[in-house]
Design a binder for this molecule. Structure first.
Ligand SMILES: C[S@@+](CC[C@H](N)C(=O)[O-])C[C@H]1O[C@@H](n2cnc3c(N)ncnc32)[C@H](O)[C@@H]1O
Length: 200
């Protein structure tokens, strides 16, 4: 799905999203730990791509990361700057980052690639790999499922992925998986996956 459509969909729902999801309270303790384990010790800049309201960006900043949040949606960037004035946020697309190749030590994409079909995802993974230095850490949060398929998401169409299939896709782009985590349906929360990988 085009970035324009994703931006419009989130802009339309920004108030609801900010009210319900702009907090670390919604991030499972296991997820916090895996994010910190791979990104908190990064030796250089870290990007939170598709940072939304910026709570995870602020979480990484508080853990000592030199982190910048990037998002398409002006309402989210305005909220993030207001709420976390000590943290840098940039409005832009993760599909074309204004960063030199190999200049970034870590990247978080927390549910920000969920609206991309496989071809779009390949473009984004290539861009993440381009900006990461060799050995840089990549942490990806996503909807997990037994087969790759799209489904109706509250904001706009999203995709679920089997972990093995997504890990193989990362490998094609030069990443080596270093950790995975999955959680089944949890109340209203859909099955969830996290992959942590190192850039080759
Ligand atoms: C499900 S939200 C997750 C937001 C945040 N990471 C969180 O955990 O609350 C998906 C986010 O990805 C952002 N996003 C989607 N495609 C993007 C792109 N091409 N560039 C930058 N941000 C993007 C959306 O604007 C939205 O804020």
């Amino acid at each position: 799905m085009s970035s324009d459509r994703v931006q419009q969909a989130y802009s339309t729902m920004a108030d609801v999203y900010l009210e319900r999801l702009a907090t670390m309270d919604v991030v499972h303790p296991d997820d916090r730990r895996v994010i910190l384990r791979h990104l908190a010790g990064s030796d250089g800049p870290v990007l939170d791509l598709g940072c939304g309201p910026g709570h995870l960006t602020a979480f990484l900043h508080a853990a000592g990361c030199e982190v910048t949040g990037v998002d398409l949606v002006p309402e989210f960037i305005a909220h993030a700057r207001r709420t976390h004035p000590q943290v840098p946020f940039v409005q832009g697309s993760l599909t074309g980052l204004d960063r030199p190749a190999g200049s970034v030590a870590g990247v978080l994409c927390w549910y920000s690639l969920i609206h991309q079909d496989p071809q779009e995802l390949d473009g984004s993974l290539a861009e993440v790999r381009r900006v990461l230095a060799p050995g840089g850490a990549f942490v990806l949060g996503f909807f997990e499922g037994p087969v790759r398929e799209e489904f109706d998401h509250r904001v706009t169409t999203a995709h679920r992925w089997p972990v093995d299939e997504l890990s193989a896709r990362l490998a094609v782009h030069g990443f080596t998986e270093v950790e995975r985590l999955t959680r089944g349906q949890d109340g209203e929360r859909r099955p969830h996956g996290v992959l942590a990988a190192a850039a080759g």
